[in-house]
Structure formats: C-alpha cells, structure tokens
Design a protein. Structure first.
Length: 180
C-alpha cells in the first residue's frame, strides 16, 4: 500500500470516527469569575473562580442538551474568618435552547444539580453540617460558534438534609468557554 492510499484510509477513518465533533460540539471547558454580596450577610462579599465543563454528553436534540458536568471552584469571602474554600462537583446539566440571536447564535437557559465536596464546613458566616453538599447552577448564555459566554448563579447547600444549612451563593458568575 503506497503512502497516498494509506493517507486516504487514515483520513476516511478519522472523519468517520470524529465527524460529529466536526459539525456539533459535545464537550466544553469554561472558566468563570464571580463576585456578589453574601445574601446571608450583606456586609460581606463572596467571590470565586470556577473551572467547569461538559464531560459526558447524554442527550441532544433541537431544543435541549443534557450532559454530566464537572467543576472545580476556589471561593473567597470578605468575612473576617473562614475566608477560603475549594469545591469539586459532578452534576447533571441541562441547556435549553429557546431561540437564536441574529438567526445564527444559539441562546440558552442553563440548570445543573449534583453532589459536591467542599474543603471546609464554614465559609464566611455560612455553615454546612457536612463537607459533602449539593451544587446548583442557574444561568443564561449564548454560543458564538465555538465560544460560549454565560452568566450564572452558583449555590452550595445540603438541601436541608442536616443542620446547619446556611447555603452560600456567588450570584454573578461570568464564564467564557470553548466548545468542542
């Protein structure tokens, strides 16, 4: 088999295996920063950086995209004590696409929910009973070809399964990501 034939076979196999990736994205990686008042104590602010992404695509149709996402967050508080926290989470996420902007850019509503591990039970004035908690996100976004921009609320709480349950929030989390 000559080099040209081998190259054609390789190219055909590559396109056959990865053609879905060439025409639609199934994965993402996003980096976001957020800053807002702590809703439980308005004298202080919560802020942080969140690295997240769609890891496992579950279901896609014209209106929705379901996936399993993962995230790693580093959070800060201006409260005098318990200023830092790291979180690791896995979630089920839904993107709902109601319309296109300028007839070409999909806009979406985002919701995700899943278990998280937090490195400390107290963050600022907010206390959790356990280090295992629930991370929830709600937001809106727009996809510009392979670039994703979204604004979301990130919330951590134990869902009142145990006391104390002073959930904490970062209300204005702006993320920019790459879709692939």
């Amino acid at each position: 088999m000559n080099k040209t034939t081998l190259l054609r076979v390789f190219l055909f196999a590559f396109l056959a295996l990865f053609s879905q990736i060439l025409f639609a994205w199934n994965h993402s990686v996003e980096l976001g920063y957020g800053h807002s008042h702590d809703p439980n104590d308005t004298k202080h602010y919560n802020s942080g950086v969140l690295l997240s992404g769609d890891i496992v695509p579950l279901l896609r149709n014209d209106w929705t995209f379901w996936s399993i996402t993962g995230s790693l967050g580093r959070w800060y508080s201006t409260a005098p004590h318990n200023k830092n926290l790291t979180s690791v989470a896995a979630s089920i996420a839904l993107r709902f696409y109601p319309f296109l902007i300028a007839n070409q850019y999909p806009s979406y509503f985002l919701a995700s929910f899943g278990p998280a591990y937090i490195t400390a039970r107290q963050f600022g004035v907010n206390k959790q009973a356990e280090n295992v908690t629930i991370q929830s996100n709600l937001g809106v976004g727009v996809e510009f070809n392979y670039i994703d921009v979204n604004l979301r609320l990130s919330h951590f709480s134990n869902g009142s399964m145990s006391k104390p349950n002073n959930g904490y929030n970062v209300l204005y989390l702006l993320s920019i990501g790459y879709l692939f």
